[in-house]
Design a protein around this ligand. Structure first.
Ligand SMILES: Cc1cc2nc3c(=O)[nH]c(=O)nc-3n(C[C@H](O)[C@H](O)[C@H](O)COP(=O)(O)O)c2cc1C
Length: 330
């Protein structure tokens, strides 16, 4: 039994899921508490990608640190990188609460957060401050951007571009999130024509400012035929990688428990299949960040085996805390 499973998790799980999340992030944002549960990951092999040095392949997934307040803690805990956000051009409160449900027996979560965040310019200010700059130096920091809820879908390109411009200097790589199920119409942007328009706009700005790697995060619910076409558009647009996958709307035997995207153990196989498909379809030319249902070392190994270069965790970290990092990298 570790400190997390014997003490911290039982306390957190007495709270409703979002309060538990907020308490954990608040404590992690102080930085130093991470030292009590820090993991020695020095045995893990480093990897270089997009001209960035990753001390290991394990990172935190988007959604855990939406407002970029705990970067230092992610580093101290042993992660090789972190992905902040989703951040939108406009600050927004997200969907009405409650909006996260725990399915403890399934080691899963269902969420319909809807991108609550402080907005791109406030978060850019935070990342430009002394503490933000110091933390960002320690390891690669990705920034995941999404469409603001108030922006109509026809103006999505401009909205993504505004978030990208505001944060361009503050991230080491960027992820265009067109796959959250909790912003109406967002997944419609996984259409080759619409996505190409967004990617071209970002590319134009990118080349004028010193190019940063741009990735696209996809849903696990795209059927294989559409995915082939979409990948072609993504490659043609010069994208640097794919994050696969976001949460699923296919709740299987957990249907009816809550509305929103399902993550954790029930997502693992679908996510692995999608990573394998993308890797084969692109002949391994497009680096993949694999995410979805990593709760053990074996789950992590399966992601790499399917073709992922890097791996992220969200739900696994909620259920297993730092012992998951220890098991994978220790
Ligand atoms: C509560 C919650 C909030 C999330 N918020 C975001 C988000 O803002 N942006 C995003 O791209 N993905 C978000 N995700 C999806 C995760 O980044 C990840 O893709 C998904 O949960 C699958 O990984 P997991 O099974 O390890 O959780 C969220 C997931 C959860 C559970």
């Amino acid at each position: 039994m570790t400190l997390y499973s014997s003490l911290i998790r039982p306390l957190l799980f007495r709270l409703d899921p979002e309060t538990a999340h907020n308490v954990a992030i608040e404590i992690l944002s102080w930085g130093w508490p991470a030292a009590f549960v820090a993991v020695d990951t020095s045995a893990a092999e480093p990897v270089e990608l997009w001209n960035l040095k990753f001390r290991n392949r394990l990172g935190i997934a988007a959604g855990l640190d939406k407002n970029a307040v705990a970067i230092d803690a992610w580093y101290r805990l042993g992660f090789g990188f972190c992905e902040l956000g989703t951040i939108t051009a406009h600050a927004q409160p997200g969907n009405p609460k409650p909006r996260i449900t725990r399915l403890v027996e399934a080691e899963a979560l269902i969420n319909r957060m809807g991108f609550p965040n402080d907005g791109a310019s406030a978060i850019a200010d935070r990342l430009d401050g002394d503490a933000g700059r110091r933390a960002r130096k320690s390891f690669p920091v990705g920034i995941n951007i999404g469409k603001s809820k108030i922006t109509p879908i026809e103006s999505a390109t401009e909205d993504y571009l505004n978030a990208f411009k505001a944060l361009h200097d503050d991230g080491d790589y960027f992820v265009v999130n067109v796959s959250s199920p909790n912003t109406p119409g967002l997944r419609d942007l996984q259409d080759p024509v619409r996505l190409t328009e967004i990617l071209h706009a970002l590319h134009h700005y990118n080349v004028t400012r010193g190019t940063k790697p741009v990735l696209v995060k996809l849903a696990p619910d795209i059927d294989t035929r559409d995915l082939g076409e979409l990948l072609e558009a993504i490659i043609n647009a010069g994208v640097d990688g794919i994050v696969a996958t976001n949460t699923t709307l296919d709740h299987g035997k957990y249907a009816g428990r809550a509305e929103g995207g399902l993550s954790g153990r029930p997502l693992r196989n679908r996510s692995d299949e999608m990573i394998r498909f993308i890797s084969e379809e692109t002949s391994g030319r497009l680096p993949i960040i694999g995410v979805g249902g990593v709760l053990t070392r074996d789950d992590y190994a399966r992601k790499l085996d399917a073709g992922a270069m890097l791996v992220q965790v969200y739900t696994g970290f909620v259920y297993r805390g730092p012992e998951l990092i220890q098991e994978i990298l220790g």
